[in-house]
Design a protein around this ligand. Structure first.
Ligand code: ZN
Length: 179
């Protein structure tokens, strides 16, 4: 069973793997701020206490963005954590539009743990696009991103009411801003 020590191992591992990456927003924040925010939303808004889910949240972009393998995650952090990360990892061999379509299609079929991670991920990303959008994203692109996120989250509902309400507030704020 994973413990607090394993959670810190995951945080340190993820920070190392993301160390050369920055968020797309114009402030170019260190990438690790994002997975830490996702884990924090789960714990402190969603009331999630399952350490495997919190570890997977911290690690959720390491396979998709950093070339970490599922075997490596399995070996270091166990099958449950690796499983959640893989559930929320896009197949990068597919074109971007197809990946985005598949996120909507797959959302209802994720495990409850993967659903809450995805939900918190969408909160973090939508808040970023609202508050600190990439410099080259016009209003239309920001709007389209918010509505795509909303469509993905439609398939994630029913697992965590506080996170869903938090998500809805984020979307309402974005829509008010972007019209
Ligand atoms: Zn993410």
């Amino acid at each position: 069973m994973n413990t607090l020590n394993n959670l810190l191992h995951a945080a340190s591992f993820s920070a190392q793997k993301h160390k050369h990456q920055r968020r797309k927003g114009e402030h170019g924040e260190p990438y690790i701020n994002h997975p830490l925010e996702v884990a924090n939303l789960l714990a402190n808004i969603g009331g999630v206490q399952d350490i495997d889910v919190l570890m997977a949240a911290i690690l959720h972009d390491t396979v998709e963005d950093c070339g970490v393998t599922s075997d490596e995650l399995r070996l270091l952090f166990g099958d449950a954590v690796a499983g959640y990360v893989l559930e929320v990892t896009d197949d990068k061999s597919l074109p971007k539009a197809e990946r985005k379509r598949l996120q909507i299609e797959h959302a209802p079929h994720l495990s409850p743990g993967a659903k809450v991670i995805k939900l918190a991920d969408k909160i973090s990303n939508i808040n970023d696009v609202t508050n600190n959008p990439p410099a080259n994203w016009d209003l239309e692109r920001r709007r389209a991103y918010i509505e795509w996120g909303f469509a993905v989250v439609a398939g994630l509902r029913g697992v965590n009411e506080p996170l869903e309400s938090h998500f809805d507030l984020s979307v309402a704020k974005a829509r008010a801003l972007f019209g």
